[in-house]
Design a protein around this ligand. Structure first.
Ligand SMILES: NC(=O)c1ccc[n+]([C@@H]2O[C@H](COP(=O)([O-])OP(=O)(O)OC[C@H]3O[C@@H](n4cnc5c(N)ncnc54)[C@H](OP(=O)(O)O)[C@@H]3O)[C@@H](O)[C@H]2O)c1
Length: 266
């Protein structure tokens, strides 16, 4: 059995991916804290500190690099600082370290998980993801870059935080295409089986929704009712949101409403 290293294996995508890989591969996870799954080989490490990476890639055929550090995603809302800086130590420095060690140890496939639209980035975090993609593309290890649109869990977390306010001032007209991380994990797992694919087709959710639709389905299913105040958006913000969708790309099947019905609030 080949060994596959998953970084970010304790995260949303990572957990889905591990479940899909376990029947066919020996799965190793580089993580800051040891997980509980006894069928996984846990290597304690930290991409930002450069710890545990050599040990994690040793004897590995494929690396799926899904670790990331997005302060906004962690807290569930944007702060003004997110518009001018984002820490690079996991996404850029950590990716560089992982690539160097992967090349040194003869890894055959480095699959980097990224985000649709990072080549037209409007936020510092997306610029970091694009910089990391570039490292992968010019690196010595045969590679794949797999991009997805926003995951359902993130939209759910952000709306949950926003609903603490009595009124929701929202750009209801902008478009979004949220996707299930499990659907995307299946696409990534297929890429692991198929081997290096270079720049892969973008992967998005099954439906394009306006933010207004997204919020009204969320309110109905989560039972949280707040008045929504429509905030008009300039064209360039509308375009920035469209850049994060991929209407002509590959599509998952689990819709936003079906996902909400099958996942309790965090
Ligand atoms: N969320 C989205 O909407 C979205 C959309 C498209 C693509 N993506 C991409 O998909 C990938 C996975 O995203 P996700 O939503 O599953 O993220 P997530 O749930 O936030 O998980 C992030 C993972 O990165 C790990 N990590 C953070 N800092 C680390 C460090 N210093 N060293 C080692 N591991 C570290 C975390 O470990 P801990 O458990 O220790 O914190 C966690 O396992 C990322 O590349 C992301 O950019 C995300």
């Amino acid at each position: 059995m080949d060994t596959v290293l998953v970084t970010g294996g304790t995260g949303h995508l990572g957990r889905d991916l591990i479940g899909l890989l376990k029947p066919d591969y020996r799965v190793r996870v580089l993580a800051r804290s040891r997980g509980t799954d006894p069928d996984v080989e846990w290597v304690r490490g930290d991409l930002a500190a450069g710890a545990g990476i050599r040990e994690a890639v040793s004897g590995v055929r494929t690396v799926v690099h899904a670790a990331t550090w997005s302060p906004a995603a962690r807290r569930g809302y944007l702060l003004p600082t997110d518009f001018w800086r984002s820490p690079a130590d996991v996404d850029v420095d950590g990716t560089r370290r992982l690539l160097d060690e992967a090349a040194r140890s003869g890894v055959g496939h480095f699959a980097y998980v990224s985000i649709v639209g990072v080549d037209r980035p409007r936020l510092p975090y997306l610029r970091l993801k694009h910089a990391a993609e570039e490292l992968v593309r010019v690196g010595k290890v045969p590679w794949s870059v797999l991009r997805a649109t926003q995951f359902h869990w993130l939209a759910d977390r952000m709306l949950g935080k926003a609903a603490r306010m009595p009124v929701l001032p929202l750009p209801t007209d902008i478009e979004t295409q949220p996707v299930d991380s499990g659907d995307f994990a299946a696409y990534v797992a297929q890429r692991v089986a198929d081997g290096p694919g270079g720049q892969c087709e973008d992967f998005g959710g099954p439906e394009l929704l306006t933010f207004g639709d997204l919020v009204s389905q969320w309110q109905q299913i989560r039972g949280r009712h707040r008045s929504v105040v429509r905030v008009p958006v300039p064209d360039r913000l509308g375009q920035a949101a469209r850049d994060l969708t991929c209407p002509t790309g590959r599509r998952g099947t689990l819709t936003w409403s079906a996902w909400l019905l099958s996942h309790p609030p965090e």
